[in-house]
Design a binder for this molecule. Structure first.
Ligand code: NIG
Ligand code: FE
Length: 380
């Protein structure tokens, strides 16, 4: 097996509890795609190959635990209207569904690959991709087949919204019956947009029906919850053992307590609040209560058309008062836990050698240099 030594790491964030702060003047050895050694450059062992990063800071590759990257069409006019005061209601999802159903596999594939490449160029090395813009059996299955071409972290989101022209109960029956049967072989997860405040999303009872059926089909659970208003999403996610509940903008004390006592990661998506001009979630309240937090892009054509995890870190620090260390941790280890993965999101010995290399001397620059493409993904 070829060993690969990386030297010239000016600062290395590992999330290894053996080190209580980032390592300075560090080195890392990868073997067989896994981290085999980390430490001070002066102590580095010999290896077959050597790369010198000339003082760059390195953090674990970003784990983007929430995206919707398989779609067609453009909703920039909807974004423009929002910036002039129109509210986000989820109604625009139908526009993307219509364009996506019309698109060929090649068109969808090329958009997906462009966005995955864009994410990777900014330091993302693990990415979750949802369906949810097909909302009929053949298109949902098609979207998941395409998503599987780029990641194992695929999520069936047939329960994104109730599409026009079908009765709600009939649609829930379709999602939990033939659509789930067609999609489950291509998905690791199932998700539901549980949002009583949206006329097109699902209430608590409907969401429970969808999630229970998905779990019975062997899928892990995720929830979009409490984005547009208070609701049952968070507590339902915790009760059913979902890996994450994402958005978490409108939380009661009971929601926060449930998250603190449960195993469900709170996924925060500050690009959505930025792009919908909405209030940001109260990250400090969650962190201070001991809730595990993940940061993700939620890249989608409606509420946040950005794949940039560095932007999410900058927003989390500036707008949600997370420390830079908390934000970097949430974008790496938090994302890994949101996907129930122990092999990514950190650079301890045994982890996948997935790095984000920064054109900067410190991880602090991820928040300090907003909008500047300083991060790139490096998989050894
Ligand atoms: O995560 N909230 C629901 N779904 C997406 C937005 C989808 C869209 O507007 O196209 C989200 O924000
Ligand atoms: Fe989403």
């Amino acid at each position: 097996m070829t060993s690969h030594l990386v030297i010239g790491i000016g600062e290395l964030v590992t999330h290894d509890p053996r080190f209580d702060r980032p390592l300075l003047d560090a080195a890392l050895v990868a073997e067989g795609g896994r981290v085999a050694w980390v430490g001070r450059a002066a102590d580095a062992p010999a290896a077959d190959l050597c790369t010198d990063l000339a003082g760059a800071a390195v953090v674990p590759g970003f784990v983007d635990s929430h995206t919707h990257l398989v779609f067609a069409g453009d909703r920039s006019a909807e974004f423009e209207a929002r910036m002039s005061g129109a509210p986000y209601t989820g109604g625009g999802i139908a526009t993307t569904v219509a364009a996506t159903r019309e698109a060929s596999d090649d068109e969808l594939r090329s958009g997906l690959h462009r966005l995955v490449d864009e994410a990777r160029a900014q330091g993302t090395t693990t990415i979750e991709v949802k369906s949810g813009y097909g909302l009929d059996v053949p298109t949902e299955e098609r979207l998941l087949r395409l998503a599987r071409e780029v990641t194992d972290e695929t999520t069936f989101l047939g329960a994104h919204v109730v599409p026009p022209g079908i009765d709600r109960a009939d649609y829930v029956a379709l999602v939990t019956g033939p659509m789930l049967a067609a999609c489950a072989p291509h998905a690791r997860w199932a998700d539901v947009f549980c949002e009583p405040a949206s006329a097109v999303a699902f209430d608590g009872d409907e969401a429970r029906t969808v999630l229970t059926a998905a779990a019975a089909a062997g899928l892990g659970l995720r929830v979009h919850g409490n984005q547009l208003g208070h609701g049952p999403g968070v507590q339902l996610a915790v009760e059913l053992g979902a890996a994450s509940v994402d958005h978490c903008t409108f939380l009661t004390d009971a929601d926060v307590a449930a998250l603190a006592d449960g195993d469900t990661v709170a996924g925060l998506l500050p690009g959505v609040e930025f792009s919908t001009r909405s209030p940001y979630p109260d990250a400090r309240r969650l962190l201070d209560a001991g809730v595990e937090v993940a940061l993700a892009s939620d890249c989608n054509p409606g509420t946040c058309f950005s794949t940039s995890m560095p932007l999410m870190i900058a927003l989390a620090v500036r707008e949600m008062r997370m420390t830079v260390a908390e934000a970097v941790r949430a974008a790496t280890l938090g994302g890994a836990h949101a996907l129930r993965r122990d092999d990514v999101g950190h650079l301890r010995v045994g982890a996948r050698a997935h790095l984000a290399v920064l054109d900067a001397p410190s991880h602090r620059h991820l928040a300090y240099r907003p909008g500047v493409p300083i991060a790139r993904g490096l998989t050894l």
